[in-house]
Design a protein around this ligand. Structure first.
Ligand SMILES: *Cc1c(COP(=O)(O)O)cnc(C)c1O
Length: 397
């Protein structure tokens, strides 16, 4: 029996050729030809004013928070159901993280619970486009305008999904993308920041911070004779080797996208047919626009059903995983003063949610094998009422 992974990077393109070009050219540090090519593709694809390539989405988030800039004690509202990077970026600027709820179906920020969390100190709303589902950006931008807040989009999972005609990540003040191995377009590690304001000072500062607090960019453009220390900064500029790899990936956007969507649609049709009474919800795609098919998830009625399902798939050689331990439940969230029971839906979500294997190189054969296994296990599950709810084995990535 073949082992079927959860995710597999897709690289049947020109990755090696481009990397060899970089090495042969001798310029392996950042901001060379491939960085600029990636930037252009992204600006075109997303219809974005200003894209800066970064070493990760985590770094793009950190850069965005520095650009606002956040003052000590400023409050940032974000869902508890997200990846730690969303919250770390705030704590690194000495801001306060204020967690909020997500919708029970698309797992995006619940817009009806935002206003009650706004105080005098609130400065930013951070939204997370979960699994490629768009948050309700019109409602969020309206709240932001009413209370004069910034909006940062954590679009790590939202690359190539849209809200209406607008690309996710280009609607709030800043948008952050990830090209981590597990994302739709991957470079191992990597990311990008969309700066959606037209204020040239913000763009300039972003360039300084990204390049170790120096005006290296001005120097490279021939505008100044020397480059020097001009601001507090860090090093968020990816190497050309990484950008060469990413460029090859970006050239395959259409192919990767189509393959993911096809698999997603098969899963969705299968679950429509099965109609199991053990499943509370399964992914149906982005209700606000184009969809990148980043994750296919199922939410079971009880944790024990999800565990049984994952364990049985594993026995059949198929990897399936749950997702984020909500930040308010995690060790760090607890140390910020949150209680496990603060958000009961989110508290239990990660125990009930299962993500299915989804990667572009999945063959028709493998897909059929996975779908067969899903049908079998769900049938078994429907005939069982006796699964204890105290099993404590969760596979998590
Ligand atoms: C993957 C992910 C990140 C982190 O992205 P990196 O590029 O690995 O830093 C941040 N937020 C969310 C929601 C993610 O899924």
């Amino acid at each position: 029996m073949r082992n079927i992974p959860f995710n597999k990077p897709y690289n049947f393109g020109k990755e090696m050729d481009y990397i060899k070009n970089v090495i042969a050219g001798g310029k392996t540090s950042g901001d060379g030809e491939y960085t600029s090519k990636c930037q252009s593709i992204l600006e075109h694809q997303l219809d974005a004013h200003n894209i800066l390539m970064t070493t990760s989405c985590t770094h793009a988030l950190e850069l965005a928070l520095q650009l606002i800039p956040l003052q000590e004690g400023d409050e940032v509202i974000m869902p508890s159901y997200t990846f730690p990077s969303t919250a770390n970026s705030v704590l690194l600027q000495k801001g306060c993280v204020v967690f909020t709820e997500v919708n029970h179906d698309d797992l995006c920020i619940d817009v009806n619970r935002i206003q009650e969390k706004i105080t005098e100190k609130t400065k930013v709303i951070m939204v997370v486009h979960y699994g490629g589902n768009a948050c309700d950006m019109d409602a969020i931008m309206a709240i932001a305008r009413k209370y004069d807040l910034y909006v940062i989009e954590d679009a790590a999972q939202g690359f190539l999904s849209t809200y209406g005609r607008q690309a996710l990540g280009t609607i709030g003040h800043f948008g952050c993308y990830s090209f981590h191995e597990t994302k739709n377009i991957s470079a191992g590690e990597g990311g990008a920041l969309a700066i959606n304001t037209l204020n040239p000072d913000v763009v300039k500062r972003a360039e300084y911070i990204r390049q170790k607090g120096t005006n290296r960019k001005d120097y490279c453009l021939g505008n100044v004779e020397f480059y020097q220390w001009v601001d507090v900064g860090s090093s968020y500029c990816p190497s050309e080797i990484l950008m060469a790899y990413l460029y090859a990936q970006l050239e395959q956007i259409e192919e990767i996208h189509e393959k993911r969507v096809t698999i997603f649609n098969h899963y969705q049709k299968l679950l429509e047919k099965i109609d199991s009474n053990k499943i509370m919800y399964y992914a149906t795609g982005n209700s606000f626009g184009g969809f990148n098919a980043h994750i296919f998830y199922m939410i079971f009625n009880k944790p024990s059903y999800a565990i049984y399902f994952m364990e049985r798939l594993k026995e059949k050689g198929i990897a399936a995983y749950t997702h984020f331990i909500p930040l308010h439940v995690s060790k760090m969230g607890q140390s910020l003063g949150y209680h496990v029971d603060d958000f009961p839906y989110e508290r239990d979500l990660y125990k009930k949610l299962v993500r299915l294997p989804l990667y572009p190189s999945m063959t028709e054969d493998v897909l059929q094998q996975v779908m067969m296994a899903i049908s079998e296990v769900l049938k078994e599950l429907d005939h069982r009422e006796d699964i204890p709810d105290d099993i404590n084995r969760y596979s998590c990535i």
